[in-house]
Ligand binder design. Structure first.
Ligand SMILES: *Cc1c(COP(=O)(O)O)cnc(C)c1O
Length: 351
């Protein structure tokens, strides 16, 4: 079965080899306070910064899921109010989780077919503005330019960006925002159980001035531990090792993005020819490069998903309100060109 699910997703073909090597090398029993762990963490952070073009003065942290990152931000960075700008289910969920933990979490919802006009997005009372770079539920994305403009309009606030289904697939302008995060079971092509947080110096300063320390995963403590290349608790050591191994082989993010753009354009041309299967998002400029959401009648969606599975291709279910009328196709780096071609050949019958 080839998984085109946009998370958990197809893992890199090299993972079984790396897992065996990890076992042989004692990674699975590695002590997280050991010199070996510190070396591995340093190397992984170095590779992340290099391959993803993260500024060297930014701080990289390990967490276990994107959901955990939502909670870390709520407990450790939001003191007054957050504003959540979103157009889909993940952005909304982030707001709802935050609302349960902080005094006030405002929602600013926009239409999925709308390209966000950042000019008039200024929120004076918010200390954190939360954006979803790539909305996995409907297949939309924000541009780097838009994120940057929102940060420029709100110099008093931190801008936090959920890039779970785009980090390691497309180039992100890390300088433009203060807190980025992603779990690794999507674009990174790794097994679930690890997430990354990337903090700007401004965000690190904010964690120091707030100094919230009521939780095992308080950001202030996480940052302090990472200054020693360590974590507050026993982390997913195998996950960090696998991340390191995959990053060693990864191309520069701009080259990865170029590959995904080519594949995306190919998919766009493919579905443009169809009368039955259409992009859920009509506005091309609002679409995500990494998650394709295809809509059709309920009957056809059901048939396409069922028959594709029988043929060996796992398509992503529709998400939330689009559950029965869409399916999703990941355009993630771990997928092979010949697998994509095979799925395209299979889907021809439904066009
Ligand atoms: C998958 C996803 C999440 C949740 O990730 P977990 O690692 O399961 O917590 C959050 N945000 C977005 C945009 C996602 O795609």
């Amino acid at each position: 079965m080839i998984s085109f699910y946009p998370g958990p997703s197809r893992v890199h073909g090299s993972i079984p080899t790396y897992v065996k090597q990890a076992y042989r090398e004692g990674i699975m029993e590695m002590n997280h306070r050991s010199a070996e762990f510190i070396t591995m963490t340093k190397q992984t952070v170095w590779l992340l910064k290099k391959k993803l073009r993260i500024p060297h003065h930014y701080t990289v942290l390990f967490a276990s899921s994107a959901t955990e990152c939502w909670e870390i931000i709520a407990q450790s960075l939001i003191t007054q109010k957050s504003t959540h700008i979103y157009n889909g289910a993940f952005g909304k969920k982030w707001r709802d989780y935050t609302a349960a933990l902080v005094a006030s979490a405002d929602a600013y919802a926009f239409d999925a077919n709308e390209v966000l006009p950042p000019d008039n997005l200024t929120f004076h009372e918010s200390d954190v503005i939360c954006l979803t770079h790539n909305e996995t539920s409907n297949g939309t994305a924000l541009s780097n330019k838009c994120i940057k403009q929102i940060a420029v309009n709100n110099p008093h606030a931190l801008v936090a960006v959920d890039a779970t289904s785009s980090m390691a697939g497309v180039y992100l302008d890390f300088k433009a925002a203060d807190c980025w995060f992603a779990s690794v079971q999507k674009c990174f092509g790794l097994p679930a159980g690890l997430a990354l947080m990337v903090l700007s110096p401004k965000a690190v300063e904010r964690t120091a001035s707030i100094a919230e320390s009521n939780h095992y995963n308080s950001l202030h403590s996480m940052v302090a531990m990472m200054q020693q290349s360590q974590t507050t608790h026993t982390p997913n050591v195998l996950g960090i090792y696998l991340l390191m191994r995959v990053l060693e082989k990864m191309d520069d993010i701009k080259a990865v993005e170029e590959k995904l753009v080519k594949r995306y354009i190919d998919w766009e041309t493919y579905f443009d020819k169809s009368t039955q299967l259409k992009f859920l998002i009509n506005n091309q400029r609002a679409r995500s490069l990494t998650v394709l959401t295809i809509s059709a009648t309920e009957k056809l969606v059901k048939r396409v998903k069922r028959e594709s599975k029988q043929a060996g291709y796992l398509l992503g279910e529709g998400y939330g309100e689009y559950k029965n009328t869409t399916f999703r196709i990941a355009n993630f780096p771990a997928l092979k060109q010949k697998e994509i071609k095979a799925l395209q050949d299979h889907l021809l019958q439904y066009l």
